[in-house]
Design a protein around this ligand. Structure first.
Ligand code: EPZ
Length: 431
């Protein structure tokens, strides 16, 4: 069957309440961390998104038994029958690299395909590799695979990361918990998903201090046990819906996440002229005047999240002035801008800066989702574009957003997902 597309007829007011799911960028690593202990771990508040299915296949291929039901899943990692994460899996989802640390810690070896780049950047893993080597892992490369072995087991060490890499911090955490002795990870990532993974590991019996700070200290233990854990709310899904409310006016209330995990995004939305009311488990947003231009620099947490860069650019495209959006985390994360320009935005890319000149309005057009967050941001832009917009390649969006179309429709958007058929009207939608 052909691919599916999302069609949006812009101009509708959005208001009401939406609840976000558990964080994609946490749950994928919790599934990998389940491999560290024999027995059955249970994870709740799990989003029903396609990446979960891929990770279930990856750890299933290692011998773990994954059972999913609604927004919960269990991982029975009693018997692991393989230490290999094959290319056809890892190439579908880079986050599969998160099994490297747990496999080496539990089995003393791992064979994981090199994840390769993706369309937002080269996505290197040199910090993962160097950190594991400092923990006593021998690493060899061959035929597109990483071969990791630790015949004498893992030894705690002091590791300094060149950059607070989320993935490297996570892999090193999941290896260090079973290493002999103490590991200190310096310049560690501070994202809330790291704290969520740490809570999961501590629940398994690990000894970890300092999660959320740049210095994490892990004291290795001999063994871990299964755990039950509720995934932290998805701050990026929440931010995406907050920008939807800001674009369409609102008021829109987004629940199911910790507003403290989006501090800088809320600050920037206020600077853009939105009224932002923080609730105990969410935020209400409303915009009653034209958005003001606000400069943004993406940085590791607690800086402005790179995963919110495209969504914020959609809002700035309709502001009453000029601003500069700087992408400091990934080297190629402005492809969304090219599609937004097709809808009438005025964005010029200079190296890792996007110079955004606000325009009075956007117009519906056929556009292509370049990646997960860029795709979501195109849907947001379509909500306020004049006429109809058709977004192709929506599989990117389905990787990280559960029921995205339904949730926006429930807020009042005129949006549908449908099978792709030939022919589009001049405004980007089918006759
Ligand atoms: C995680 O990716 C997230 N993905 C990304 O979300 C998120 O954008 C990113 O963290 C930053 O917050 C998942 O959690 C599955 P990094 P990760 O290691 O771990 C370079 C989304 O849309 N780097 O912090 O890959 C790397 O190339 C996705 O949900 C090295 O050079 O992020 C990148 O430029 C997109 N060497 C930068 O660091 C390394 O060894 C940040 O990467 C590791 C990373």
């Amino acid at each position: 069957m052909g691919s599916t597309v999302i069609e949006v007829r812009g101009g509708r007011a959005l208001h009401g309440e939406v609840r976000v799911e558990g964080a994609k960028n946490s749950v994928l690593k919790l599934m990998a961390a389940s491999l560290l202990a024999p027995g059955v771990s249970r994870i709740t508040n799990v989003p029903t998104i396609s990446d979960i299915g891929v990770m279930a296949e990856v750890i299933g291929g290692l011998g773990a038994l994954v059972v999913r039901s609604d927004h919960e899943l269990t991982v029975d990692a009693t018997t692991l029958t393989s230490f290999e994460a094959p290319y056809e899996m890892v190439s579908r989802m880079r986050a599969s690299i998160a099994v490297l640390g747990p496999l080496v810690a539990r089995l003393g070896q791992a064979k994981v395909a090199m994840p390769g780049g993706c369309n937002i950047g080269s996505r290197k893993i040199d910090m993962h590799i160097r950190g594991l080597q400092e923990l006593g892992v021998r690493i060899e490369f061959g035929h597109g695979y990483i071969h990791a072995t630790a015949p004498e087991g893992l030894k705690g060490a002091d590791v300094m990361l060149d950059f607070p890499s989320v993935g490297a911090t996570e892999n090193l955490l999941m290896a260090a918990v079973l290493a002999e002795g103490t590991t200190v990870i310096d310049n560690a990532a501070r994202e809330p998903e790291i704290a969520d993974l740490t809570a999961f590991l501590v629940g398994m019996g690990a000894d970890i201090q300092g999660a959320g700070s740049p210095t994490i200290t892990v004291t290795g233990v001999d063994a871990l046990h299964p755990v039950e854990h509720r995934v932290v709310g998805d701050r990026i899904e929440a931010g995406t819906f907050l920008v939807a409310g800001a674009l369409c006016g609102g008021p829109v209330t987004v629940r199911g996440f910790n507003p403290k995990h989006l501090e800088l995004v809320l600050t920037k939305l206020r600077a853009a002229g939105c009224e932002v009311i923080v609730l105990p488990d969410g935020v209400t947003i409303e915009r009653t005047s034209i958005a003001r231009p606000v400069d943004v620099q993406t940085l590791p947490y607690p800086g402005f999240p790179t995963d919110m860069q495209a969504q914020f650019m959609a809002l700035m495209a309709l502001s009453d002035g000029d601003c500069i959006i700087t992408e400091n985390v990934f080297e190629n994360r402005f492809m969304f801008a090219d599609e937004l320009v097709r809808m009438g935005a005025d964005v010029r890319i200079e190296a890792h800066h996007a110079i955004v000149k606000g325009v009075r309005g956007l117009s519906g057009a056929p556009v292509r989702s370049p990646d997960l967050r860029g795709g979501a941001a195109l849907v947001l832009a379509a909500l306020v574009a004049e006429g109809c917009t058709r977004i192709n390649d929506v599989h990117h969006i389905e990787r990280g957003y559960e029921r995205f179309v339904e949730k926006l429709a429930a807020l009042g958007a005129d949006i549908v997902m449908k099978a792709d058929t030939m022919g589009t009207a001049s405004d980007g939608c089918e006759e």
